[in-house]
Design a protein around this ligand. Structure first.
Ligand code: NAD
Length: 506
């Protein structure tokens, strides 16, 4: 059995089974039947049931938030915010699945004028979702809601640190279905650690949506390779914030403090590095230090953030801070004692003058720390931000809109917020995901819906072809006609003309 523990108190909250390979396979087999029924419901049937699930979460938001608070230690308000975001995603996925995925005609082109062409996005069948512990509602729902809305059944394995939250989510969906008189296992829960996750990756599901560390993503990919199961990998990050000389420094400092320290820094898209234009550096650092120095972790409602959910991660944070200071870094707020423990609460740390090749700048720290460094301007900030093996989110603070947009585009990350942090997580229509070691594939938005489908291309011959190319009856004259056609239409020397000359893509 797997015990789930309140990280703030050490109290055992509940115990869940460690599901074996056989049990996972049985869940997937049951899900296959449920998937056929769920797909057969059609868009309106799925939409109304997903919206019912959404209202269920809103009605019982307090209970779910309380459970997340107990299981992760995060403040109740933060847990509530997570549920709110999940609700927005379920709503978006339910309401937009039909428009994004339904069959649509595409132009067949002159050479195929005799064919009508359509593309549609069909469900995959059963999707396996493997979740992390840091946002145990928002993160898995970002995969589950979109997979369900696209017509799939889901087998969900939450992190071994948050099985109770996972169980609550799966049960709540079952309760929402029961209102319609349905009792199909469309969303099932399997619990356990890495072995259960590996069993799911090997079970022959149609796709795995994995969220967790890059190291585990490699293991999931290796396990999925045997069955050629495709994987979406939502992994960690080392997100940078860029602050231009003309930026609103109060807003930037406020956003950096929250982006770095909220949820005790245990946020995949948390701010871990800040690069500030030299002219604004000292003022920014002072403003950031003032805000961060006032933050207090704790178990009570007035605390800024809660405990480290995993003791192992606290050790990583302490190691990064110690290494940064040993290599010449300067503590602006906090220091080694702030993150030394004992106990699950780490105080915030702001570090300056940390060498770019130290662990605190290169590796995911996942704790309440941030490094701040001066740079000549936004261009250099982009270069340093991009010198990372991760590329999940990023943020730019600048008043010059064109400069901010140019920096946002140049940042090698899946998402960028300008003049705010984590703005992209608030917009369900936007795709969420990373590049490089932050993973691949997208959840959320239209791209997130399509991830859980297979595009199906259909042509229908609507008249006799002018030239039948796909037949042994094709004659040399037919070939001459098609070559003449291609030469006339596509063969002329192509030169830029008039306004097109020198025009740059915008
Ligand atoms: P983790 O990699 O330790 O575990 C993630 C999940 O994988 C857990 O459910 C775990 O049981 C499972 N797992 C472990 N070994 C496995 C194996 N061999 N086969 C299959 N599954 C296995 O990650 P974590 O500590 O739970 O989460 C923190 C990490 O997740 C951080 O790196 C964070 O940045 C990242 N994260 C990313 C996003 C995102 O959307 N990109 C969101 C939240 C968290």
């Amino acid at each position: 059995m797997l015990e789930t523990v309140n990280p703030a108190t050490g109290e055992v909250l509940a115990a869940y089974p460690e599901h074996s390979r056989r049990e996972v396979d049985a869940a997937v087999a049951a899900a296959r039947e449920a998937a056929a029924w769920w797909a057969g419901l059609g868009w309106p049937g799925r939409r109304v049931r997903l919206l019912a699930w959404k209202s269920h979460l809103v009605r019982y938001m307090g209970r779910l938030a309380q459970l997340v608070h107990e299981e992760t230690g995060k403040p109740l308000q933060d847990a509530t915010l997570e549920v709110v975001l999940a609700v927005l995603h379920i709503d978006w996925a339910a309401r937009h699945a039909r428009r994004v995925l339904r069959p649509r005609r595409v132009r067949s082109g002159l050479a195929a004028i005799h064919l009508a062409a359509t593309v549609e996005y069909q469900p995959l069948g059963v999707v396996g979702v493997i979740g992390p512990w840091n946002y145990p509602v928002f993160t898995p729902v970002g995969s589950i809601a979109y997979a369900l809305a696209a017509g799939n059944a889901v087998v969900f394995k939450p992190s071994e640190l948050v099985p109770a939250t996972g169980a609550w989510l799966a049960r709540s969906f079952g309760e929402a279905l029961a209102v319609f008189g349905d009792a199909r296992p469309v969303l099932q829960l399997v619990t356990g650690g890495g072995a259960t996750g590996e069993a799911l990756a090997r079970s022959g599901v149609a796709k795995i949506a994995f969220t967790g560390s890059a190291a585990t993503a490699r293991k999931v990919l290796a396990a999925a390779a045997d069955t050629l199961t495709p994987v979406i990998a939502e992994c960690g990050g080392k997100d940078a914030m860029l602050v231009a000389a003309d930026a609103d420094l109060d807003a930037a400092a406020d956003a950096a403090a929250w982006g770095a320290m909220s949820n005790a820094g245990q946020t995949c898209v948390g701010i871990e590095r800040v690069y500030v234009a030299e002219g604004a550096y000292h003022t920014f650092l002072e403003k950031l230090a003032r805000r961060v120095a006032g933050l207090r972790p704790g178990p009570d409602g007035g605390a800024a953030y809660g405990p480290m959910t995993s003791a192992a991660q606290a050790e990583v944070v302490a190691r990064h801070v110690a290494d940064a200071l040993a290599r010449g870094g300067r503590p602006v707020v906090g220091g080694p004692d702030a993150v030394a423990g004992p106990g699950p609460y780490l105080r915030p740390v702001v570090l300056a003058d940390v060498p770019e090749d130290s662990a605190a700048v290169r590796e995911e720290t996942f704790g309440p720390t941030v490094t701040v460094a001066p740079v000549p301007g936004l261009a250099e900030a982009v270069t340093l931000a991009n010198r990372s093996r991760y590329g999940l989110g990023s943020a730019v603070f600048a008043r010059d809109r064109a400069a901010a947009m140019a920096a946002a585009r140049a940042l090698r990350s899946g998402m960028t917020s300008i003049n705010s942090v984590l703005g992209f997580a608030l917009v369900p229509a936007l795709p969420f995901g990373g590049v490089a070691e932050s993973g691949f594939g997208r959840v959320h938005g239209a791209d997130g819906l399509r991830e859980f489908t297979r595009p199906k291309a259909i042509t229908r011959q609507r008249m006799r072809p002018p030239v039948n190319l796909m037949s042994f009856g094709r004659t040399p004259r037919d070939m001459r006609r098609i070559v003449t056609f291609v030469t006339v239409v596509h063969g002329r020397l192509y030169r830029p003309r008039g306004r097109a000359r020198g025009r740059r893509g915008r």
